[in-house]
Design a binder for this molecule. Structure first.
Ligand SMILES: *Cc1c(COP(=O)(O)O)cnc(C)c1O
Length: 462
């Protein structure tokens, strides 16, 4: 064993003050930072004791520590680059916000706020009241309530109005979303009994009528967000269901999935039913997600007749699925933008990406290509197809452009980009590694290219 080598091992107090490491510490706690240093020194000590190494230098230890620090950072929630072309990517956080909204939230988070305080009265206030007014203004609904997510919204409505009673749903609409949301399961948890009607491809209003009995409470419609039944199909319309519910003194309810307020056909994208249409059709209750097409944060938004919303507000489950100041702050900002559709298309990144022309994507691709060329990175601009994702408009492809990378096998590049300090997630198509520019933000391009340069250098590809 080499005693001199052991003596050469640096002290934690010395290492922790090295500038290079201090720079890599950002985003980690002091504890984790010191832990990484100790682990590295310990690893070198063991290797000396086992005579696995006969010498080392300080920069080797620093490199080892830096890798540990980066590993700790990517375990935490952190920024990644979405180069997949899927706009509402559920694994990558669904919708993103504009910097403007980010700044408002930053302020609310780092100060006290009026979450449950009425500034005008100088007294206790309701956390939901302003947001509710705003939602009513944008949607034209009589009442509104916001909960943790859409699954919770559906659960709450079913529990309040159909506990131990029956809910009628078409067989063509018993959806499963992302593996963990299944209408039959949610129904079971809520205490409601599911009554299926019609067939997978055809359900008429008469099918609902036939199943109504003294235990029926709700006629429910579920938007088949992530699949389409095509061909020989029919489904009862919202209007028919709303009228039948009224006639029979029942509640009509729709799980819209995505909360869409935009008539996308104007922008060359297939039409998706809008929240406005559901309200106009006379549905008593409508629920949708806050972070799909709506472009906000995780939340379940419930719209409906005031008397029903008032009942939901008294349901004991509400406390367990209520939202916090972050959610309220973001939704207020986003709903406010929706007061003007033109502004919404511009300022809500999800909507901007869906509606932007392919020429705009091409111009981003060109900016990126120019930078990559300046770094001598072999690549080519290619046409691609992006998609909306998030279980919305499953068959909709959006014309886009991407960058195809060369210099190594696609699998190798995919892994190297993904495991980089700034994780860059791309796609492999036809054995080529591609970053789709549809979902890459203009302001990130320079930083991304710098990182790609580092990757190519590190892997010895340039
Ligand atoms: C996405 C979706 C849900 C679940 O919404 P979360 O906000 O993820 O809970 C429920 N129903 C439908 C139809 C959906 O598309």
């Amino acid at each position: 064993m080499n005693r001199d080598l052991l003596k050469k091992l640096p002290k934690v107090d010395y290492i922790k003050n090295i500038d290079l490491l201090i720079a890599s510490k950002k985003g980690l706690s002091e504890y984790t930072f010191l832990q990484c240093i100790k682990e590295s020194i310990e690893k070198f000590r063991k290797n000396i004791l086992n005579e696995k190494i006969s010498d080392f230098n300080e920069s080797q230890i620093i490199e080892d520590i830096k890798i540990r620090l980066e590993e700790n950072k990517t375990k935490k929630i952190c920024k990644v680059i979405n180069g997949t072309g899927t706009i509402i990517h559920t694994n990558l956080g669904r919708s993103i916000y504009s910097k403007e909204i980010g700044n408002i939230i930053y302020d609310v988070l780092t100060s006290y706020n009026n979450l449950e305080y009425d500034i005008a009265k100088g007294d206790r206030g309701s956390r939901y009241s302003n947001l509710e007014k705003l939602i009513i203004k944008v949607t034209g609904a009589e009442g509104a309530l916001v909960v943790n997510n859409n699954a919770a919204a559906v659960l709450l409505c079913l529990n309040e109005f159909a506990n131990k009673k029956e809910v009628i749903v078409s067989r063509g609409e018993l959806v499963e979303i992302g593996g963990s949301f299944r209408i039959p399961k949610i129904m079971e948890f809520s205490g409601a009994k599911l009554v299926e009607v019609g067939s997978t491809n055809k359900t008429y209003i008469g099918d609902y009528l036939e199943k109504i009995n003294e235990n029926t409470r709700v006629l429910m419609k579920v938007h088949t967000s992530n699949y389409k039944i095509q061909g020989f199909t029919y489904e009862a319309t919202n209007g028919e269901i709303a009228i039948l519910a009224k006639e029979k003194d029942l509640i009509s309810m729709e799980d819209l999935g995505s909360g869409n307020f935009i008539n996308f056909s104007k922008y060359g994208v297939t039409k998706e039913p809008t929240v406005y249409q559901s309200i106009e059709s006379g549905m008593d209750l409508i629920t949708f997600s806050g972070d799909k097409l709506f472009g906000g944060c995780q939340a379940g938004i419930i719209l409906g007749k005031k008397e029903y919303i008032d009942r939901l507000k008294k349901n004991q489950y509400l406390r367990t699925i209520r939202v916090d100041k972050l959610t309220i702050g973001i939704l207020e900002s986003v709903f406010e933008i929706y007061l003007n559709e033109k502004e919404a298309i511009k300022k809500i990144p999800t909507l901007r990406m869906i509606t932007e022309k392919k020429e705009e994507v091409l111009s981003r691709a060109k900016v990126m290509s120019k930078l990559l060329s300046s770094y001598n990175i072999e690549h080519k601009i290619i046409e691609t197809k992006g998609n909306i994702g998030g279980g919305s408009m499953p068959q909709e492809e959006i014309d886009s452009f991407g960058i195809e990378f060369y210099g190594a096998k696609a699998n190798f590049l995919e892994k190297a980009f993904r495991e980089n300090r700034l994780s860059i997630i791309g796609i492999i198509r036809n054995n080529k590694f591609i970053l789709d520019l549809k979902t890459i933000q203009e302001e990130d391009i320079e930083y991304i290219c710098k990182n790609i340069f580092e990757i190519y250098k590190r892997e010895g590809l340039i």
